[in-house]
Structure formats: C-alpha cells, structure tokens
Design a protein around this ligand. Structure first.
Ligand SMILES: [Zn+2]
Ligand SMILES: [Zn+2]
Length: 285
C-alpha cells in the first residue's frame, strides 16, 4: 500500500510554488523528485510487501537490498539530469557514465558511512561541497535522495520502537534531523524532529539544542518573519547551529519536509547572522 504522504508532499510543493516566488525552482525540482520517490516506494512495496515487519531493534541500515535498488538508479539519474539545479545535474550525469560498480559503491558509502558529514561540508548555499576525503559530496547527495524512499519504506515497516529519552539523531536509522515540528498538545505545543533519511518523526524536548545538547534557556532562541509566520528558526548560541521548525499549530496544512525546503529566506537570515545549519536539505540549502 502506498501511503498518502507522497501525494500530500507533491500537492504541498505545487501549492507553495504558487505562493513563494523565491522557491519556485526548488519546489518544482522537489515535486518531480517526490513523484519519482512515490513510484519507487510503490516498487519497493511490490517487492518486499509480503515480508513480515522487521523487529524494532534492528537498525534500518542493517538492510540494503542492492538487487532491488540498483536497477532503479539509472532512471533516477536521468530525472536528476533533467530536473536538478546545475551542480547536481552534472554530478548525476558523471555518475551515470561510471556504471554499476561505481553506483554500488556510492550507495554503500552513503548507507554505511558518515554521509551526513560529507553532505554538510558545503562551500556555499545551494551547492554540495567536497568532503575531507576529497569525494564529491554531490555523489552523497544523489545517494541520499535516491535512498530516501527505501529508508522510509524500512522505517514504515518496523514494529514500533520504545525510545528512552529524546535522542538528537534518528532512533531508527541514526541520521540527523532535517526539521523540527510543533504540534498542539494541551495548552501548548510539543516538539518533534523529522529524520533527513527515513522521515521518521520522534519526540524531542522543546528547549534543547539537537546539535550540542545545550539546554540553558538564554542560549536558545527562535526567530520568525511575519511573511512566513508558521516556520521559525531555532538557533543555539553555544554551537551556532540552527534548524527550522514548522509550527503546525499555526498552519495545519503545512507538510514539514516541504515547507522546510520552501522557506529559503529564513536560511539566508540565519547564515547572515553566523549560524550554520545542522542538516542541509536536498536543495543544498
Ligand atoms: Zn531515520
Ligand atoms: Zn548547540
């Protein structure tokens, strides 16, 4: 069964593209990526749908079905070449020419490695940089976007996990959060974080930095802009990291991963004020 979340994301991207002129290109790209990811998810479901749910204890990244994944990489790279911003499109074209041994290596390096670190080694907005080992971080970005539906599928087909405390990385796959989410609870709001890879959402304490663990209130602040009132920038003045949170108590229609991508002016503001992002998004922002 294909969860409705894919259609919700695509619809939201198209909706926001007509409101936020500054994000049209990024949202159009995302909309095409999400359409691919939806059908890839369906294919994974067809192949694995008969298997029983995995145990909650088994880390998502213990599984990697290359037999299922590899045949889908070539169509994915073609799409990226057509639809992505230039740097990522060029990386897709270079990777497409390298053939299946290199494809497998790229996928395995991302899945088993410290790929999030590579992804965040960015020289400038909108570009994936070069990691300390000299590998092109665009390859990590390609593997990341490609593997998202697979990771989501594995996360969606696990027994529920009992979590102790509030971890700052994803309890299912170990990746970093790409956004925060605020939902109403009683008179206030509760916060959760959304995983950059498997999109799992887990509860998190409201005033604590997911990067360094800071919890002294004067060090933690948030900023928002009147034009984008439902998204705020949560900053930490101890480690100078920021992450955006989508406030669903203000706009129930928001879809966190999409609204995160669309609200580029908040990233520009944060960078201008000396904060770096805990986890860049698929637009390299
Ligand atoms: Zn995850
Ligand atoms: Zn911090």
């Amino acid at each position: 069964m294909i969860p409705a979340k894919w259609d919700r994301r695509i619809r939201r991207a198209n909706e926001l593209a007509s409101t936020y002129a500054f994000a049209v290109q990024g949202l159009n790209f995302y909309s095409r990526v999400a359409t691919f990811q939806k059908s890839f998810y369906a294919e994974i479901d067809k192949a694995l749908g008969a298997s029983p749910k995995s145990s909650a204890e088994r880390p998502v990244r213990d599984e990697l079905d290359l037999f299922l994944l590899l045949p889908n990489l070539s169509p994915f790279l073609s799409l990226i070449q057509q639809a992505a911003p230039p740097q990522l499109a060029q990386a897709a074209s270079a990777l497409a020419q390298k053939g299946s041994a290199a494809w497998q290596r790229t996928i395995e390096n991302f899945w088993h490695g410290d790929a999030e670190l590579d992804l965040n080694a960015q020289p400038a907005d909108g570009q994936f940089g070069v990691d300390p080992a000299g590998e092109n971080a665009s390859d990590s970005a390609l593997a990341w976007i490609f593997l998202q539906p697979y990771a989501e599928y594995l996360a969606d087909h696990r027994e529920p996990l009992q979590i102790d405390g509030t971890p700052s990385t994803c309890p299912l796959c170990g990746a970093k959060p790409v956004a925060g989410v605020l939902r109403s609870e009683g008179d206030g709001a509760r916060k959760s974080l959304v995983c950059m890879l498997c999109a799992h959402e887990w509860n998190f304490r409201r005033v604590v930095c997911p990067s360094c663990g800071e919890e002294r209130e004067p060090q933690m602040a948030f900023y928002s802009a009147p034009e984008i009132a439902h998204v705020r920038v949560d900053v930490c003045d101890t480690c100078h990291t920021y992450l955006k949170s989508i406030d669903l108590t203000k706009t129930g229609l928001a879809v966190p991963v999409v609204d995160e991508l669309a609200t580029i002016p908040l990233d520009l503001w944060a960078r201008e004020h000396g904060y770096h992002k805990l986890q860049i998004n698929i637009l390299g922002v």
